[in-house]
Structures are given as C-alpha cells and as structure tokens.
Design a protein around this ligand. Sequence first.
Ligand SMILES: [Zn+2]
Ligand SMILES: [Zn+2]
Length: 239
Amino acid sequence: MGMQAALRLVYPPQCVACGAAVATEFGLCGACWRDTGFITGTVCDLCGLPLPGDGGGVAHCDDCIALARPWERGRAVFLYRDKGREMVLGLKHADRTDLARPAGDWLFRAAGPILQAGMVVAPVPLHWWRLFTRRYNQSALVAARLARLAGLAHCPDLLKRIRPTGSQEGRNREGRFGNLSGAIRVHPKRVDRVKGAHVLLVDDVMTSGATLAACAEACLAAGAGRVSVAVLARVAKDA
Ligand SMILES: [Zn+2]
Ligand SMILES: [Zn+2]
C-alpha cells in the first residue's frame, strides 16, 4: 500500500468547506456544492456575473455597461454569498491556505473560455504591511495553482501597492475607485514581463471592480498589450 492510500485510511478525504467525509480529496460535499452558488450558463463577458439568456453572443452586465472596464474579458467562479463567501473569508483571514488548491482548480475551469496561450498570470497585490501581518497573499496562492494547471507563467510580484489603501468596505463606488487611483504600479523589476503581454489578473473578490481596474490600468500604463481578469467570487448586488 502506498503512503497516500495508507494516509487515506487514517484521514479520509474531507469536504474543504465543512469537513464532512467525501469521496475525493480537495472537493466539496454535495450539500456545500449546492450552497456555493457556482456560476453556470450565460455570464457577463467582462466580470463573470450570471445573466439571463441562452448564451448566444457576448453579453455584458449593467455594471460593465455603465463603467468602462480597462480589461477585455473576465470570469468568476461563484457568487460572493453562502459557502462561497465563507470559503473566501477563510482563505483570506483564517489561514485556510489549503483552500487555494480547490479554488485554483475551480478558477481554471471558470476561466477556461478566456484563457490564452502566453498569458502572464498575476495576482492583485497586498500592501507589504498587510502581507507582513497576514503572511500570505491569498490571491497569489490561487493564481499560482491556476497558472500551473493552465501551463501559464505566474508572476506573483508583477504588481505592487505603492501606498496602503485600507479597506474598501464601507466605501461607495466613487470612494472605491478614488481610493485606489494611482495606488498600484507594475514592479520596476517586472516591466519587461508586462511589455506587450496579455496579463491575466487574479483576485479573490470583485465588488465594484475598482481594484482590478487600478491593476489593469497599471499594466496598460507599463506597456501591457491586453488585460483579462479572473476572480473567485463576484459580488452581486441582489445576492
Ligand atoms: Zn461540505
Ligand atoms: Zn459585468
């Protein structure tokens, strides 16, 4: 018996959300799967929000029509509610770094339609102080897994926050965009990686899109040819 099989007898695989016994590792039990709000069907091509419709043609949500997004395409794994929200918060604040692997797997599947050969995968950066206190960037862990599965280059320090921006929570949309304006730059050592590249930005949550917009604008200002985005959770206004 191999080591993995022996370990499985002692520690049967658990649902990554609730700990219930499941058949395969790094997965969800049936109940958590149903409570996660995975996005399927027709989605906004810029942010991944689910939309009514039959999937014919390219669709955009109201937010992405109202706000010019400085990126080309986007996808999201699940809505930011129920188990999806719980897992994002666990990954971000509760040292649940083990969630990065299944999250990366789901993101690989959700972002499938927009993945392209030669993309450079880059996480939305934390300010160094937050990285220091939290010890890891949850988006970088997910981005690393996605890049590995997709066979794409991962550049975890492509972008840096040049000043702390505090929490976006409690700010309205204008406040969110204003708070992030000019706060993110391409790392001076990584400018060569960006020039002419198609950058795939990875973040855990998209609310207004202000953070992703600031990152995309920084990439374009540094000479990126194209930018797309992939997020774990999309906040829906009525979710
Ligand atoms: Zn479960
Ligand atoms: Zn949208």
